[in-house]
Design a protein around this ligand. Sequence first.
Ligand code: FBP
Length: 284
Amino acid sequence: ANLARILMEGKLGGTGRLVILPVDQGFEHGPARSFAPNPAAYDPHYHFELAIEAGLNAYAAPLGPLEAGAATFAGAIPTILKVNSSNSLASAKDQAVTGSVADALRLGCSAIGFTIYPGSEYAFELMEELRELAEEAKSVGLAVVVWSYPRGPNLDKVGETALDIAAYAAHMAALLGAHIIKVKPPTEAISLEAAKKTYQAHPIEVQDPAKRIAHIVQACFNGRRLVVFSGGEAKSADALLNEVKAIHAGGGNGSIVGRNAFQRPKAEALQLLSNIIEIYKTKP
Ligand code: FBP
């Protein structure tokens, strides 16, 4: 029912497509780097309002911002409590558990959100933490959203988004029982030597961004799990909309767009989110 709440909400309600606003960048990157481009975004109420006015499916954030908006926005939009967080002052590719299933229930959330870093020295611990929290969340009817971001000593910047690695990370999130899997849009590189051999034996199209998305969807149980793609650093509207068109054409379930939304002035962000929604409304 909680997953349905997310899927039935907003302008894409009932289409099986999703657009979510994630605002944990203050934690992950710091306040000024996140909010100085649009100072209104220092206020957590701003993000509730942005997500509601844009007709999005859900708003995802750590504990503090959800508590700060709880009284004013109760029931106004499905929320996802991000229950672990990293920060840029630390060098470890790790996340601390910063919220609980009890917090999510108290705040009326529809889901918990959890980041794993496949490839990191801490990946196994993160997966074990996720196992425990996901079991508890599911036992009380909450959905589980997994941010699966490969990084660690064996991965350079190319490797972090290379198609084979992104598909591997997405698949592990599905194996861990995620209902919604969040990855970065994959790039055309195939990064691992073993994967290169496999992909030569079983060729897939890597040049076409939509075909890359289709491969990620395949890795998420052939579309039996929902997969959404993050927006990344702020970029031009055209660049973001082209990514969204590829996600849509490749059968992805939607977008989870933070900086590209809240770092723009509100009117501009609402227009961009409306354009994204229109793309997802059309038949692929
Ligand atoms: P953006 O659309 O701003 O990229 O948000 C997606 C997101 O996953 C955030 O939830 C998170 O804070 C950020 O990206 C993490 O990015 P990275 O780990 O690459 O710094």
